[in-house]
Design a protein around this ligand. Structure first.
Ligand SMILES: *[C@@H]1O[C@H](CO)[C@@H](O)[C@H](O)[C@H]1NC(C)=O
Length: 297
C-alpha cells in the first residue's frame, strides 16, 4: 500500500545505525554523564550545534532546544534538523534525557516527570550560556509530550516562548504503536518487553498523562504547534496528537503537501517540508507558505 514506507524504513535504520556506530567512537573520551550531555558538540562539531559560544542574532533571539523521542538520543534524532536550523542562523542545542542505567544510546526511557526535570536544568544552562530570556523547544514524538510537563508543573512557561511538537504523542501511544518504532532502533527490542517507565507513562490513561492533560492541554504564555502526518503508525489516531487550547496551531503535513508520505520517524528525522513548517513556527513574523517545494529550499 505504501511502498515508500519500505524505502524509508531501511533508510532511517541506516541513518540511525550510522549514528549509533560512529558517534560513540567520537565521543568515547566523554565518559561521565555531565560530559555526555555535551557529546554532540564533540560528535558533530562541523554541524555547529551545541555550541555554547553561540550568541543569538537579533533576528532569532531565542535559542532552540531540541528534545528527542523514545529510544532516540541528542545526536541521532537531529542529524538533519539541527544543521537545518543552524544554517538559518539559530543557536541550537539538544539534550539527552531519560537515560536508564546500563542502556547506552537508547534514551527517553526513564519516568517522564524526571525527564522534564532534566529539561528544566538544560534550558537553564542554555539561557545562562546565551544570555537569552527565553527558549523555543522543538520535540519529536515523546520529545513533544515531555516538555508539556515542564511547562505546566516545573516553571517552564516562564522560560519558553514556543513548543513545536513533531508527531507528538500528546494523548498517549499504545505499546503496539511504540513497537512500530523498533525497526529504526536495531537492538532496542528488549526494552519494550522489560519494565521501562517512559513506555508505561505513554500508554493512554497512565497516571502521568491523566495528570498532564487534566484541566486543559496548554498553559498561558506559550505558543504551541503540532505537526502531524496522517501516515503516523506509532501515534494513532494521528488526531490524538492535536492540542486543544487558545494558543495552538495543529498542522497536518499532507494539508500543506499531499504528496508527503512521511510516517512517524521520517517526519522528524529528514522531512524538510516539516522542517520548513518548524522554521515558520519559530519565526511566525517571517513565515512563508509551506508547500511540496519547501523540501527543496
Ligand atoms: C561556535 O560559535 C562561535 C561564536 O559564533 C564561533 O566563532 C565558532 O566557530 C563556533 N564553533 C563551532 C565549532 O561551530
Amino acid at each position: 500500500m505504501l511502498p515508500w514506507k519500505r524505502v524509508l524504513r531501511p533508510l532511517a535504520a541506516l541513518l540511525l545505525t550510522a549514528a549509533v556506530t560512529v558517534v560513540p567512537a567520537t565521543v568515547a573520551p566523554a565518559a561521565t554523564t555531565a560530559q555526555a550531555e555535551s557529546a554532540p558538540s564533540k560528535g558533530a562539531p562541523s554541524r555547529g550545534w551545541n555550541n555554547y559560544s553561540c550568541k543569538p542574532s537579533a533576528a532569532h533571539p531565542r535559542p532552540v532546544v531540541l528534545v528527542h523521542g523514545t529510544f532516540a538520543n541528542s545526536v541521532d534524532n537531529w542529524l538533519a534538523l539541527a544543521p537545518y536550523l543552524v544554517n538559518r542562523d539559530y543557536c541550537v542545542y539538544s539534550l539527552d534525557y531519560g537515560q536508564l542505567p546500563g542502556v547506552p544510546l537508547f534514551h527517553a526511557l526513564g519516568p517522564i516527570d524526571k525527564s522534564a526535570e532534566q529539561l528544566r536544568s538544560f534550558v537553564d544552562k542554555v539561557l545562562t550560556a546565551t544570555g537569552a530570556a527565553e527558549t523555543d523547544l522543538v520535540g519529536h514524538s515523546q520529545g513533544g509530550l515531555m516538555p508539556r510537563h515542564y511547562l505546566k508543573f516545573l516553571g517552564g512557561a516562564a522560560k519558553v516562548n514556543a513548543l513545536v511538537g513533531i508527531a507528538p504523542n500528546n494523548h498517549g501511544t499504545t505499546l503496539g504503536g511504540l513497537a512500530n518504532l523498533l525497526p529504526y532502533f536495531p537492538g532496542a527490542g528488549d526494552l519494550l518487553s522489560t519494565a521501562t517507565p517512559a513506555l508505561a507513562d505513554q500508554v493512554p490513561g497512565s497516571a502521568f498523562l491523566t495528570k498532564l492533560n487534566a484541566g486543559g492541554d496548554t498553559v498561558p504564555g506559550v505558543r504551541y504547534t503540532v505537526i502531524a502526518t496522517k501516515y503516523d503508525e506509532v501515534v494513532t489516531p494521528y488526531r490524538s496528537q492535536y492540542l486543544d487550547g487558545p494558543n495552538v496551531r495543529n498542522v497536518l503535513i499532507q494539508d500543506l503537501c499531499p504528496a508527503d508520505l512521511s510516517e512517524h520517524a521520517a517526519i522528524g528525522l529528514f522531512d524538510r517540508i516539516a522542517f520548513h513548517e518548524v522554521a515558520n513556527a519559530l519565526d511566525p513574523a517571517h513565515a512563508t507558505p509551506t508547500t511540496c517545494l519547501s523540501g527543496i529550499g
